[in-house]
Design a protein around this ligand. Structure first.
Ligand SMILES: Nc1ncnc2c1ncn2[C@@H]1O[C@H](COP(=O)(O)OP(=O)(O)OP(=O)(O)O)[C@@H](O)[C@H]1O
Ligand SMILES: [Mg+2]
Length: 269
């Protein structure tokens, strides 16, 4: 069975699409067959970050409405044979996405032997976000270490507990916390919440901590998800998160300020 993972958040602009792209690439790099779906009807961002925006012919809505087959709409990634992108429609309105349409696409992907389906949720708690989470088996809740992001995540946790298919069936959907744009320096000066603060408020298991890094924007501009940049701390942190998602035990990295050693201080390295 395909495992359906929703990447969601309360507040917008916290790093869901960045995360969806990197998690999908990371799973594919480990040989998994992965589809990543953009649920953000009207905006279309995922294909840009994945670097396939010029190859979008048919989108998610075309498939849900029977105007194209799944095969026609799935864009095969140039780097990994087992990775496929389903882009959002830029022109249709948000009501074009229906529960039945989404269910059909997910079922067809499952029948096609996909191991993972990553659903990139739009911001907020409206229909698109609800549809992105409804069929999920697992949730990654993306949070930035600031009060407004944490507060809005609480609302999403409430929805994950009550408005998903698993909730309706009486099953639990254990949400995973992914803390992104973490800046240990700003935590130390009290400008940002610490990992412990966020974990305590939300009561969630932490899947990963992604440091704030200029590499993320560079990667997006190039259409190369940051996880492919293994020199980058953000890329490495995403790779750790993917390993944890697959059951590996990895220590958290990049959570404290790197203290410069004696020699690098001396020589200014
Ligand atoms: N770890 C990070 N370090 C620095 N910048 C980051 C990091 N993660 C994300 N960003 C930046 O934050 C911005 C928002 O990221 P992204 O589009 O992934 O968020 P989103 O949650 O999908 O937004 P929306 O709610 O609009 O869909 C982008 O400019 C991205 O480059
Ligand atoms: Mg997004």
């Amino acid at each position: 069975m395909a495992e359906i993972i929703v990447v969601t958040s309360g507040k917008g602009g916290v790093g869901k699409t960045t995360t969806s792209a990197s998690i999908a690439c990371g799973l594919a790099r480990r040989g998994k067959k992965v589809a990543v779906i953009d649920f953000d009807v009207g905006l279309r961002n995922l294909d840009l970050i994945m670097g396939c925006e010029r190859r979008v012919v048919y989108d998610f809505i075309n498939v849900t409405q029977g105007e194209a087959t799944l095969k026609q709409a799935l864009i095969k990634d140039k780097r990994f044979d087992t990775l496929f992108v389903l882009a959002a429609s830029q022109t249709r309105d948000k009501d074009a996405l229906t529960k039945e349409g989404v269910e059909k696409v997910l079922k067809d992907l499952d029948a096609d032997g996909f191991d993972f389906i990553v659903c990139d949720s739009p911001a907020g708690i409206e229909k698109g976000a609800f549809l992105a989470m409804y069929y999920a088996d697992k949730a990654i809740v993306v949070v930035n270490p600031e009060v407004s992001s944490v507060r809005d995540s609480d609302r999403i946790l409430g929805l994950l507990d009550s408005k998903t298919r698993r909730a309706e069936e009486g099953k639990t959907l254990v949400p995973n916390l992914l803390l992104t744009r973490y800046n240990p320096g700003r935590v130390e000066t009290g400008e940002m919440l610490s990992i412990k603060d966020v974990e305590e408020v939300l009561g969630l298991k932490t899947l990963g901590i992604i440091p704030e890094s200029g590499d993320v924007l560079n990667a997006s501009n190039k259409g190369e998800p940051v996880i492919l940049d293994l020199e980058s701390p953000a890329g490495q942190a995403y790779d750790d998160a993917v390993a944890r998602l697959l059951g590996e035990d990895r220590p958290m990295r990049f959570t404290s300020i790197e203290k410069k050693g004696f020699f690098s201080k001396l020589f200014g390295g």
